[in-house]
Design a protein around this ligand. Sequence first.
Ligand SMILES: Nc1ncnc2c1ncn2[C@@H]1O[C@H](COP(=O)(O)OP(=O)(O)O)[C@@H](O)[C@H]1O
Ligand SMILES: [Mg+2]
Length: 232
Amino acid sequence: MQRQPVILAREVTRQLKLGAHIVHALRGVNLEIHRNEMIGIIGPSGSGKSTLLGIIGGLDSPSTGRVEIDGIDISRMNENQLTDIRNQKIGFVFQFFNLIPTLTAVENVALPIEFAQMRRHQPFSRARELLDMLGLGDRFNHKPNELSGGQQQRVAIARALANDPPILLADEPTGNLDSHSGETVMAALNTIRDENGTTVVLVTHDRSLASQMDRVLLLEDGKITTEDQAID
Ligand SMILES: Nc1ncnc2c1ncn2[C@@H]1O[C@H](COP(=O)(O)OP(=O)(O)O)[C@@H](O)[C@H]1O
Ligand SMILES: [Mg+2]
């Protein structure tokens, strides 16, 4: 029996207005991503990677086409419904870490647990557990400006995982890091996939990261043009 995909996109298009112009950011994207997969989306700048990630994460909606998360059609949901889906299903990581500078690592990670409608964990013990898992067991009480870029991004990953989303979406998470820090972030993403069973979708324009993925989707000019099993 075919497993139900965690993320499904069918003929997704997105048109955006730029002044008097219409930009065709996505031109009919199809994909299926399954539980516990680690998928790379690569492609040149402007090819639609961030637009696609925003749509599968419920930050934006397609102009036409269908998107399902865990079998739920989110394509035509309103803002409140999308907010609920994001809170239940999605963790986001971006290029810039967006940590709160006055809070320590543990406090940054505990914050979304304290704000969750249904609290699933004791905030501080869960925050310590996640930071420990991502190799930051000796950095609990450091503030962001006392951490390296790679360490800050791992705090951001821990924060994204605080409420146990089944899906983690990362948009160029290593784009602002040197290659060593980038490796520590990739190792962290692998750890959470292995230990938590999280489905990870990672957008990058760095082809060298592709070998660490289960599959790589190449996006060009708003369409997926190639789908590869990773070669290692
Ligand atoms: N808010 C927006 N308004 C208008 N055009 C946009 C907006 N966001 C992105 N675009 C355009 O959509 C296309 C895809 O952008 P994006 O998804 O950011 O690409 P990538 O992440 O691959 O660099 C680009 O041509 C970009 O200029
Ligand atoms: Mg982008």
